[in-house]
Design a protein around this ligand. Structure first.
Ligand code: ADP
Ligand code: ADP
Length: 218
């Protein structure tokens, strides 16, 4: 049976950072819906043009296009053993679609680590986030600085500050999270899949807590 992990939590809590580390430890592919959209924007695809308008405002991209993008990503052979989903699902409609989709792959959602932090922590993290242009590697100017300012440690590409990490857009993204995504906490808790993790700890402690939750596979 494949293993599917859904990383849940507000913007800036550390999902992408942890997903990179957990993907390396488990061998599961890291699938970030935000990265997939940003790749489409970079390649100026129709999907990218559509997504950009929503992303710039801090709104969610409509469910139908998001679900079909994830469906095609999960259909790739590297997801045969499962995947680590970061940023998807973000609505209950997406969560229902994911459940249906995974039955097609003889799988289901196995773990939902839910990472938490206060709003002021999220804002501080997003305002200091630097992202790698080539592959989306994540740094923080204070908490996880690159060896050389402005340069990715992993692929030497340029680091940039995401447009949607501006203060006004961050506020909107947190609001959108609270109204549209937070219902997934109850959704997955009721299914007995949710494990809460304190995201205010240092990066390596959060990883340890995650690995403990995922103990059966790592
Ligand atoms: P998300 O994917 O949930 O939006 P990221 O993984 O991109 O979050 O992290 C947001 C910012 O916070 C990044 O700059 C990252 O380096 C930093 N960060 C992540 N986890 C921690 C942590 N445990 N402590 C301090 N900073 C962190
Ligand atoms: P963060 O690092 O803050 O969690 P992401 O990179 O996951 O941000 O997402 C950036 C933007 O991409 C979101 O604000 C939203 O516009 C869009 N997006 C990402 N994932 C989804 C999704 N599952 N459903 C709808 N929109 C999404």
């Amino acid at each position: 049976m494949p293993t599917f992990i859904v990383l849940l939590g507000p913007p800036g809590v550390g999902k992408g950072t942890q997903a990179e580390l957990i993907a390396e430890a488990t061998g599961l592919p890291h699938i970030s819906s935000g990265d997939l959209f940003r790749e489409n924007i970079k390649n100026t695809t129709e999907l990218g043009k559509l997504a950009q308008a929503y992303m710039n405002k801090g709104e969610l991209v409509p469910d139908d296009v998001t679900i079909s993008m994830i469906r095609s990503r999960l259909s790739r052979p590297d997801c045969k053993e499962g995947a680590l989903l970061d940023g998807f699902p973000r609505t209950t409609v997406q969560a229902d679609s994911l459940a249906n989709l995974l039955t097609e792959f003889n799988g289901k959602v196995n773990f939902v680590p839910y990472i938490t932090a206060s709003e002021s922590t999220l804002i501080e993290r997003l305002s200091g986030r630097w992202t790698c242009k080539a592959q989306g590697h994540i740094f923080h100017e204070k908490h996880n600085p690159p060896h050389k300012p402005g340069v990715c440690d992993f692929d030497a590409s340029e680091l940039y500050q995401r447009d949607d990490d501006k203060a006004e857009t961050v506020k909107r993204r947190i609001q959108v999270y609270l109204t549209q995504t937070a219902p997934l906490i109850t959704y997955y808790r009721q299914l007995g899949l949710l494990s809460e993790i304190d995201g205010t700890q240092p990066i390596e402690k959060v990883t340890e807590a995650l690995m403990a939750v995922l103990g059966k596979i790592a």
